[in-house]
Ligand binder design. Structure first.
Ligand code: G3I
Length: 354
């Protein structure tokens, strides 16, 4: 092992032993991710950094990309047909620019029950709905042209159930399957420099949904649709690393970048030391698969502290899913991520966009 990796390994192991002393160490995740030209960061809420200085400090210290967990979704940013609410979204871009971070915009096209009533209960005819979607994307992406590096253009369009066709949504029902092409083309017209992402869950390892997402993206690329990356949400209990690696490699062969977009590893509560160690192994597996895949450019978690996570509300009896505990202390999962970043061979990162 080259000496610099040995030093980094000792650093990673050392900080694994000094999990409590994180005041101003320079071994933050973002510092080691930079070696790999990798973006690493969480989904966040501005209401948290404006009320909790430790939240803001850890966010700025550890990460080089952030996503608005909810404030760039339609209900927050476009609450009425003729009104956009930039107070919801602007602070994320401002925080990121103040701390040398990128922004992932999330998300330009999703489904009920996460859309505002004025949209879902609209009864819009096809042409009117095309106009509403096109206007939303042009307005939102246009506002942040050159300032939001990447957009989850369409989120979760593929059905969970076999044969994994298009999920029945206001978009697929009213516009038809071409709504995806329309959304990506509108986003590209609004910001040609932005990385445009198809984002979904359940297609991380090999399987029927992964096959369907692969076919969907391949079809868009064949039609010349500007899809630059595929987002794998990675809300998991565990993962088959070899299957994940094979699956990501075949997406990379399409010429798209790979983004891990919403990683969390939920545990039954209370989580004991053995469970936290197993969780760390899962984080380590995901990081190592990404680091070995040249097309993998982004690793994001869905939150970063157990103090604020969607898991307990949506999976009662589960939690402790993130790399920092509720007191902002790094967990074994954080040390595992740091060790992976410190020890993995640096491979040239391809990919069309950051
Ligand atoms: O802000 C309102 C509050 O004013 C109101 O009193 C309260 C009543 O329940 O609702 C609050 O809004 C909630 C919002 O989170 C902010 O907390 C919504 O009801 C709730 O549905 C929303 O849940 C979010 C969910 O997406 C749906 O948008 C979760 O926080 C968020 O973690 C989750 O994230 C999704 C990704 O966007 C896509 N991938 C899956 C991931 C997990 O479901």
């Amino acid at each position: 092992m080259p000496i610099d990796n040995l030093v980094l390994l000792m650093l990673a192991l050392g900080c694994g032993l000094c999990l409590t002393a994180r005041a101003d160490a320079s071994d933050a995740l973002r510092d080691l991710a930079a070696r790999h030209h990798l973006l690493i960061g969480p989904a966040v809420g501005k209401h948290l950094w404006t009320t909790d200085p430790v939240y803001a400090a850890v966010l700025a210290r550890e990460f080089n990309i952030l996503t608005a967990e909810n404030d760039m979704k339609w209900a927050a940013i476009h609450p009425e047909r003729d009104r956009f609410n930039w107070n919801a979204s602007d602070p994320y871009v401002a925080f990121a620019e103040a701390h040398g971070m990128r922004v992932r915009g999330h998300t330009l096209c999703w489904h009920a029950p996460f859309n505002p009533a004025w949209l879902e209960e609209s009864g819009f005819a096809r042409d009117a709905l095309i106009g509403v979607l096109s206007n939303h994307i042009a307005t939102v992406v246009g506002r942040y042209r050159g300032r939001v590096a990447m957009w989850d253009v369409v989120n979760e369009a593929v059905a969970d159930e076999a044969p994994h066709g298009l999920r029945p949504t206001i978009w697929s029902r009213t516009i038809g399957p071409e709504y995806l092409d329309l959304a990506f083309r509108a986003a590209h017209a609004a910001d040609p420099g932005a990385t445009l992402v198809y984002n979904d869950y359940g297609g991380e390892a090999e399987g029927g949904k992964a096959d369907a997402i692969h076919a969907l993206v391949a079809g868009m690329l064949e039609r010349g649709v500007p899809v630059h990356a595929v987002g794998f949400q990675m809300h998991i209990l565990d993962i088959d690393a070899e299957s994940l690696a094979r699956n990501l490699a075949r997406f990379a062969q399409l010429g798209v970048a790979i983004h891990i977009t919403e990683l969390d590893v939920r545990l039954p509560l209370p989580a004991d030391a053995a469970a936290l160690a197993r969780q760390a192994d899962v984080y380590r597996k995901v990081l190592n698969v990404c680091l070995r895949e040249p097309a993998c450019r982004v690793v994001q978690t869905w939150g970063f502290t157990d103090a604020y996570s969607w898991i307990p509300k949506f999976f009662p009896g589960h939690g402790a899913a993130l790399p920092f505990d509720a007191e902002y202390q790094p967990k074994p999962a954080w040390a595992a991520m740091l060790e992976a970043l410190a020890t993995a061979e640096v491979v040239p990162r391809g990919g069309v966009h950051d």
